[in-house]
Design a binder for this molecule. Sequence first.
Ligand SMILES: *[C@@H]1O[C@H](CO)[C@@H](O)[C@H](O)[C@H]1NC(C)=O
Ligand SMILES: *[C@@H]1O[C@H](CO)[C@@H](O)[C@H](O)[C@H]1NC(C)=O
Ligand SMILES: *[C@@H]1O[C@H](CO)[C@@H](O)[C@H](O)[C@H]1NC(C)=O
Ligand SMILES: *[C@@H]1O[C@H](CO)[C@@H](O)[C@H](O)[C@H]1NC(C)=O
Length: 383
Amino acid sequence: MSKTATIIGIAAGAVAVVILVIGFIWFCKSQCKNLSNRNSETGSSDPSALVEWNRGAGPSSSSGQSLFAPHGAQRFTMEELERATRQFNESNLIGYGSFGEVYKGLLRDTIVAIKRRAGAPTTEFVAEVTYLSEIRHRHLVSLLGYCQENGSQMLVYEYLPNGNMCNHLYNTGLESSTRLEFKQRLSIALGAAKGLCHLHSLKPPLVHRNFKTANVLVDENFIAKVADAGVSRLLEKIEEAGPSRTSTANVFQDPEVGAAGNFSEMSDIYSFGVFLLELVTGQQAVKIGSFGSNDTLIQWVLSELSTNNFVDRRLVGTFTMEGIRDLIRLTLQCMSFPGTGRPRMDMVEHGLEQIREKEMALTTMMGESTATITLGSELFASK
Ligand SMILES: *[C@@H]1O[C@H](CO)[C@@H](O)[C@H](O)[C@H]1NC(C)=O
Ligand SMILES: *[C@@H]1O[C@H](CO)[C@@H](O)[C@H](O)[C@H]1NC(C)=O
Ligand SMILES: *[C@@H]1O[C@H](CO)[C@@H](O)[C@H](O)[C@H]1NC(C)=O
Ligand SMILES: *[C@@H]1O[C@H](CO)[C@@H](O)[C@H](O)[C@H]1NC(C)=O
């Protein structure tokens, strides 16, 4: 008697699954389209720049060698890098990082980012660059090569056209040129988590030490890649005077690191938590301040929630209550004290994956929620 019922049940179940999968795929596709549309608006200035550089760069294509060789650091000549950046022309200067000035350049038909600092050539530099350039991952900015000449040390990296996440959260020169909605921010957080997770999974683990929103870069599809991995360690090895850089009140740095510079995977996870905090609030953590204990952080979050100031206003209407609550919980866990109680990076990655999947499923089936932000009591209810 139940045989036909079972068969009907199984068939109905299968149909439901297929519909869900189709719906999910359709949803993913439409999301991608949204992203690339958005991107073509913001990246529109690039093609002309490319043409201009091609003209100036001369017969560079004759070298023909791919910059993305699978292994090993490539050594570039000063002449080549000068040509790539038009003699380090100021208009090619795109920023300053812990390694010094950052230039955009066209090297062998590929746009690259070149970091330059003053320094005498050393063998430690080459050894460390060789090690770091072997670390390749979809969510890490690739180190392609180096140059040590004429009193300069330079690192050549792959270039990401959409800059760093600060540009998309608060340092937006152009007012809200990109408005990243909740699921997009989750994907970016997940990408960055995967990058950090890869570093921590190396043997021995590579601690980033300088993870921050400015070191989360996004490509033309808003895929996140972590920049500057290992640079802090590299600097320590080549700076004779030791870690002279008295870190200027870095809110991303775990207070437990202390003056002795006791960095660990746990301190990277604290930094990741601050990044999540910026993703949720859309504000610079510097403006928020630094929290040395669970209590001060939780008190601050509660007071901001009570005045509806915690969650980035640009996110309203793009998240479910459950999703934002879970992300805030994860953020607080990453920033909790003592550091030994924080989740490991693979757990953070897994947590983000779950939040994102649930969010996708919920918003696909029920449409976008217009939840108001009154989740203070819910957030800490389980304590
Ligand atoms: C830098 O580039 C600009 C054009 O982008 C050019 O006008 C200027 O002369 C260049 N400066 C140097 C020092 O080459
Ligand atoms: C090296 O530096 C000197 C002076 O600082 C400069 O005149 C020369 O052009 C540089 N050489 C290269 C290859 O850049
Ligand atoms: C540095 O951190 C480790 C844990 O990662 C801890 O065991 C050690 O005591 C710390 N050292 C100092 C000097 O704080
Ligand atoms: C801080 O919060 C975490 C959970 O987020 C907890 O495990 C830890 O015990 C708390 N630490 C203190 C000192 O209360």
